[in-house]
Design a protein around this ligand. Structure first.
Ligand code: ATP
Ligand code: MG
Ligand code: MG
Length: 551
């Protein structure tokens, strides 16, 4: 039901439209270019983009690069690529907050002229002391009494490089007794002799986030500035800035709860440590939840869109189970991807009555539930690989796969009956010998008898040997992500299993980075974009198949 399913942000937007506050809905995604984006950012991106789409509005991409210390140009490109991949299209609306430094400076001058801002020489400790506490009001800054002329001169001097870092700040003049500490004459500008990646050495004063952000929004004509809950207490300041600067249709800030996922590491500090200590293979290690990692693991934009949609938007912080993300990728790939055969733990199967040297090409539907995916040919011959677990010398009850005397179907091929097996000196089975029945070819309509098991295989001389990487959570679910005593990570030592002796059908020979498949009975897999080579294929398991597979 359309009406009931509207989230609180949509309700507020519709009200604003009805009351004529805005003509065009404009939203933005404003990352600081100081790191890689993660699944939480994906929520913010898709939320903002989705709202612009829904209300026929515009979506802006804006780098919030007003803080010269932490920013790196290298992140600008990775962030753009991630957002494009997610499907949020900013068209020609790509902005850099640092392009507005001049306007921000003018805005500060305007406040000074209105008597709403002053230059202060209190040092950081004094500012903290004067600010008071939650239970105690703050004290007036003695600088607040300065004249407009004096403040204009001092601010110009700050800008012109007459002062050292930290010597002076520009403060808003609001209310030192406000119950909201953010309103007790917050700092608007600071002196910082630093080179900025965009503006170079042009500026030696930089605006604070709480001052810069509403101005950026207002300049771009943003209608709804959507941010996360920790900025709720900053909203009065946001409103103060746009009101005092007299913007005609000031933007509104709306907060929603951040997305948290259980059993994953999202903290940048921790990820950095994992990368530096070599525990993970970079920011895009498939066990991480950065967007680059999810992409490399084999998640699709559609699966992440679905996930974000299922999470909904809320005003209360909560965590979402990682299993929901897995559910979304399974659902997305189920009908879209070919179901191929891959043998992860191989053992040789020899069909004794199949002529040596003979090869036939069998037809296989790529996805039985989706005919549009077509068919492929699979070479069939005397020697195949099957999964080691699909043969047992002494089977337990209800084991319907191969054991001496038992017959199974080889998927897309024939019935084979186990006649004997070979063991090495250690007692390990090395070969299973079978006979096949030519009458039972798949698709021939054979109904003479039935078998209870179907197993997959790969044709030994044609199969591509490859590496397959299986993943589990990077952290130990039982113990919790972080260690209670020292805050360290409770790592799961089995988060990565590398299988190097796997075989896939020859149809996978020209797989490309990020291509994904279902490997029957094993899950969904994706060609690793970093390590796979045409002559040494590497696949990542995206997710296993949900239910334990029934034969
Ligand atoms: P982080 O601390 O993870 O880097 P951030 O807030 O510093 O997050 P920004 O680059 O400032 O990252 O974020 C850009 C936008 O993404 C902001 O509007 C922020 O509110 C939003 N965002 C960040 N993390 C989440 C999250 N977990 N869920 C939803 N939105 C998020
Ligand atoms: Mg950040
Ligand atoms: Mg931030």
């Amino acid at each position: 039901n359309e009406v009931i399913s509207r989230n609180f942000i949509e309700q507020e937007i519709e009200e604003d439209l009805k009351e004529g506050h805005y003509e065009t809905i404009r939203t933005r995604f404003p990352p600081e270019p100081n790191g890689y984006l993660h699944i939480g950012h994906a929520k913010s991106i898709l939320l903002n983009y989705g709202l612009a789409q829904k209300y026929n509005g515009k979506f802006h991409m804006r780098f919030d690069d007003t803080n010269p210390t932490k920013e790196k140009t290298e992140f600008v490109e990775s962030i753009k690529a991630d957002i494009q991949w997610l499907g949020a299209d900013w068209e020609d609306r790509l902005f850099f907050a640092s392009d507005y430094f001049e306007q921000m400076y003018e805005a500060a001058v305007k406040l000074i002229k209105k008597g709403k801002a002053y230059v202060s020489d209190l040092n950081p400790e004094q500012i903290r002391e004067y600010r008071g506490t939650l239970t105690e009001p703050g004290k007036e800054d003695p600088n607040a009494a300065k004249s407009v002329e004096e403040n204009l001169q001092l601010f110009a001097d700050m800008k012109n490089g007459k002062y050292e870092d930290g010597a002076l700040v520009l403060r808003a003049r609001i209310d030192m007794a406000s119950p909201n500490i953010n309103m007790r004459d917050p700092i608007l500008y600071r002196v910082a002799h630093m080179t900025h990646h965009n503006t170079g050495d042009k500026w030696c004063i930089y605006p604070m986030y709480d001052f810069a952000h509403p101005i950026e929004d207002a300049i771009e004509g943003i209608s709804h500035s959507i941010c996360t809950l920790e900025f709720e207490d900053h909203r009065p300041l946001y409103d103060w800035v746009v009101r005092e600067l007299e913007y005609p249709n000031p933007p509104r800030q709306i907060e929603f709860a951040k997305l948290y996922l259980t059993n994953v590491v999202t903290g940048k500090r921790y990820i950095k440590k994992l990368v530096e200590e070599g525990i993970v293979d970079g920011w895009d290690d498939p066990r991480l939840v950065s967007i680059a990692a999810l992409r490399r693991r084999g998640f699709t934009p559609e699966s992440i869109q679905k996930f974000v949609e299922l999470c909904g938007v809320s005003k209360a912080n909560s965590s979402v189970d990682y299993a929901m993300l897995e559910y979304c990728i399974r659902e997305d790939l189920k009908l879209k991807r070919s179901r191929m055969m891959a043998v992860l733990h191989p053992i040789k199967l020899v069909i004794d009555n199949y002529p040596q040297g003979q090869v036939e090409y069998l037809d296989a539907a790529n996805n039985l539930e989706n005919e549009e995916l077509g068919t492929r040919k699979i070479p069939f011959c005397r020697e195949l690989y099957i999964e080691r677990e699909d043969f047992m010398e002494e089977p337990p009850k209800k084991y319907f796969r191969l054991f001496p005397g038992n017959e199974v179907r080889l998927m897309h091929a024939y019935f084979v009956k186990c006649e004997s097996f070979v063991k090495d000196e250690n007692g390990n089975v090395t070969e299973v010998h079978c006979t096949y029945d030519p009458e039972t070819k798949a698709g021939s309509g054979f109904t003479g008898r039935k078998v209870k098991g179907t197993i997959h295989w790969a044709p030994a001389p044609f199969a591509k040997k490859c590496e397959i990487r299986l993943y589990e959570n990077l952290v130990d679910e039982e113990k919790g992500v972080y260690n209670k005593e020292d805050g360290s990570l409770n790592l799961n030592p089995e988060s990565l299993t590398v299988l190097t002796d796997c075989y896939v059908e020859p149809a996978l020979a020209d797989t490309k980075p990020y291509d994904s498949y279902q490997f029957v009975r094993q899950g969904f897999f994706c060609t690793d974009a970093k390590d796979s080579r045409p002559d040494a294929l590497v696949f990542n398991r995206i997710v296993s198949l949900k239910s334990s597979y029934k034969l």
